[in-house]
Design a protein around this ligand. Sequence first.
Ligand code: NAD
Length: 315
Amino acid sequence: MRFLITGVAGFLGAPLANSLVSDGHSVVGLDDLSTGDPDRLSPDVHLVRGDINDRPKLWTLLQGVDCVYHLAARVIVPESVLYPREYNLVNVGGTVTLMEAMRDVGVKRVIFSSSGSIYGNQKNQPMRETLRPHPQSPYAVSKLAAEYYIHTIGELWKIETVILRVFNAYGPEQHLPPAHAPVIPYCIKQALDNGTIVVHGEGKQTRDYVFVDDVVNAMMNAATTSGLNRLIINVGSGKETSVNDIVKTVMDISDTKPEIVHNQHHDTGPSRMCADISLAEKKMGYKPSVTLRQGLQKTMEMDKRFQNKKKPDNR
Ligand code: NAD
């Protein structure tokens, strides 16, 4: 098959592209390289630098494509609070531009990487796809709005759509920006550097952490499994883990004792998040295969930034 991946040089886009080409598929990728890293891509992936709102470029790239993976987005929640217009432009506007271009060229299938963050705070855990979304940030709103556009434009122009609500993906080479760093690479780096880990609030807030390989497998299955048209499907581990548990497990695996400081005044977002993954299992045979402990170990072993530091054990 021939695929277009938007956001191809990103944390999720690059391993997806590399897995598809190693399975013999043809992959063209679009990325503006605002956060993406082209060096992560196999030479067999045809990368084109460009903006998701560049419709003429999309017309060209979409020629002969069987299926689009739409991943290009701005992804930092606190940044979206400061710059909601930017998040709307890229995440919502870019999605509409893509759907219009797909309609113009006649491409018939899109898989969208949405986010578990659209659920916001919910009493009922684990969260099913049927819950009423309660987005709590412009980022989450932008992903939900993009879902609606994909669903509706898809229906109007007979484009098959699959929406995957990905929870907290982690793994080697996850971005580690100086501000607003994701919990897992931040904790690993601080532990291995013997630094201080700042935990927001009491650290009891939970998330559903899913290893990158499991997300990539779900995405790949979504392209070929029949009967998924119009579905919204959670992709997570199905397990709830607190920040304190992440810190403890990282310390245990790395055999380090960093200082832990709690910042009580920081907004911690939703208090609990856990994906109900029964629909993914039923419709795509999805079963996460990497436990949190294994995933943390793999991240420490495979991420170049953590090499030459303390080696994790193999328990
Ligand atoms: P990422 O930032 O690594 O990837 C996004 C890619 O899009 C980057 O390579 C970036 O350069 C590119 N991009 C940004 N703006 C663009 C623009 N205007 N035009 C073209 N390309 C642009 O993030 P990721 O973690 O790989 O996330 C990929 C997708 O999955 C996103 O849509 C995100 O919302 C979604 N998602 C990710 C997670 C997660 O835990 N990683 C969870 C839920 C949903």
